[in-house]
Structures are given as structure tokens and as C-alpha cells.
Design a protein around this ligand. Sequence first.
Ligand SMILES: Nc1ncnc2c1ncn2[C@@H]1O[C@H](COP(=O)(O)OC(=O)CCCC[C@@H]2CCSS2)[C@@H](O)[C@H]1O
Length: 331
Amino acid sequence: MLYVDNKGITDPRVNLAIEEHILKNLDINESYLLFYINQPSIIIGRNQNTIEEINTKFVEENDIIVVRRMSGGGAVYHDLENLNYSFITKDEGNSIQENFKKFTQPVINALRKLGANAQLMGRNDIEIDGKKVSGTAQYATGGRMYTHGTLMLNVDLDSVSKALKPKKEKIESKGVKSVRARVGNIKDYINQDMTVEEFKQYILKSVFEEQGLDVQEYVLTDEDWKQIEEISKNKYQTWEWNFGKSPKANISNSHRFPVGTIDVRLNVNRGVIEDVKIFGDFFGWGEIADIENKLKGVRYEKAAIIEALKDVNIQHYFGNIEKEDFIHLVY
Ligand SMILES: Nc1ncnc2c1ncn2[C@@H]1O[C@H](COP(=O)(O)OC(=O)CCCC[C@@H]2CCSS2)[C@@H](O)[C@H]1O
């Protein structure tokens, strides 16, 4: 495993590009550990409808950067006291749940050594005494993957709840009243004061030590930085990627499953599906556009929809749901 230093960059549009570059362009047989801290920003899940997740007024007034990531799940708020870690590794074909368990464990162990009673809970949370202090997500492509997570050391919790507006059903399914009531800061549960930089060094050392390794570093080259700049410019700095277009739908069905919300919007014209957009905060690794494309041009009737999806492995896209349940959302 090699540690990658991001040179203290706090622009999420660059940090996500560094992560993507390591995933796609560095040594396929190596594992990497990257950390990054972002200036106030909202990091939107891969399949979410950005505009519905954010409080636009608050975001504009406070110069909060909004950027979409490649991994699934919901929107999170970052500031300079939220540390993000990312394990970039081979994809061994394990389920997302197994990967979440595997890659949160070293982090949980580090938190426990600091005196916090941290545990993996729910779909993808690390909780301490009932408060979510970390969210995990994953993205896989071409035999490689990253599993990354937030660590709320001392985040401004008021801003978290003012910046985000998760759907009502999501909040209700968590059994708590608000985002504010649900999240907590690690600093309130550990037995020493730490700056975010000290916290990062601690986690870094702890992860390597646990594997019996000395910290070894991969230093990003000029060529790496050139490619990172390209990814950042062509993707994470574009309106198309971060917000994109949401077609006006005439049919719209949404349901919250244990794996997350799936929200299907259709344009049906003269009995034919002309356009489809699927939104949500579910965890899958398939390209949702594949399913959308399979549905386009299909007659809007149950048999035709079943036929169009007959070769699709629905769990690959949404996690653990039944195909029937998805079809029920479309029709
Ligand atoms: N920074 C942060 N950390 C943990 N939880 C948060 C945070 N901000 C908001 N929340 C809470 O989590 C839910 C969303 O939970 P949900 O489970 O839907 O999504 C996630 O956890 C995604 C984690 C993505 C991690 C990436 C790592 C590097 S870049 S971002 C939100 O509505 C708030 O209640």
C-alpha cells in the first residue's frame, strides 16, 4: 500500500480528480491510500438530482462548492474539519457491503484507539454513540475500485443541516427528526484535542501499522498533475457533470428501499417511453444510463418493459432490490 499526498489542496473539484486519476491511471496492481480535506462544499452522489439535494440560497450566500462524485449514496457536506480518506485498490468482486466492512475497519480501529466507541451501522455509516460521524461510498470500474469515506472531526453542524435538504422519507427512515440530530463530531468522543492535520497523521500511521507496514509514499509526478488537471477541468468543473439536465417528466415514481431511494422519471408520448431519468442515493456500481437506454423507445406497457429489462441484473445497478420492485416503479 502506498500513501498519496494531495499537497494540501482543498478544492473538491481537484481532489476528486486526483482520486479518479489514481483509480484509472496508476499501477493496477498497487493499493493506494489518499486523504483530502475540502473547503466548504457539497459532494453529491453519483445518481442524485443535484438541485433537489441542496439549499440553493444557502449554497450561494456561503460560496459552497457543489460537485458530483462517482460513487453512489447521498449528498454530504464538507468543510476544512472534515477529513476524507480513500482506499484505491483492486476490485476483488466482493459485494459493496463486504467492501464497506473491510475498508471502514482500519478507520474504526483507529477511532477506537482514540477512545471513541465507533461502529459500522446501517447501510454505510460509522456511528459513535448513535451519531453518524462518517459516511462511506464506493465506485468500481475496470477491475479497480475506491472505497472512500468522510470523517467529521469538527464540522460546522449547522451548516451541514442548512446546506442539505434530504428527502423527507430519507429522514423518516433513519428514525430521527433532522440531519442536525443525526450527525456528530468525532472530537466530542475522543480523549485528546487534535487538529485535522494531526488527526490525518494519526489515521495514516494507524492504518499502515495495523498491516505491519512502514508508511511508503507515491509522489505524484508532473505528468500525473497534468492528467489530474484535465480530469478536473473536463469533468468536475463542468455544470453538465455537477448539475446536468433533469428532463421535465410526465410520470414520476419514487420509493425508498433499504438500499436507498429510487426515483424514476419518464416522458411518455403516444404510449412510448421517449425519455427516462433515474435518480437516487442507492449503492450500485453499474452505469444507470445503461438501464435508461434500455427503456428508451419501449412501449409503455408492462410486458414490453419486462422484456426490455430481461437480461438486466438489477442488483448490479441498485444493490439489493427485486427486479419486480423496480419494474413496479417504472410501470
Ligand atoms: N460530512 C459528512 N459525513 C457524514 N455524514 C454526513 C456528512 N454530511 C452530511 N451527512 C449526513 O449523511 C447523510 C447522507 O448519507 P448517505 O448515507 O446517503 O450518504 C453518504 O454518507 C455518502 C458518503 C460519501 C463519502 C464520500 C467520501 C469522499 S467524497 S464524499 C446526510 O443527509 C447527512 O445526514
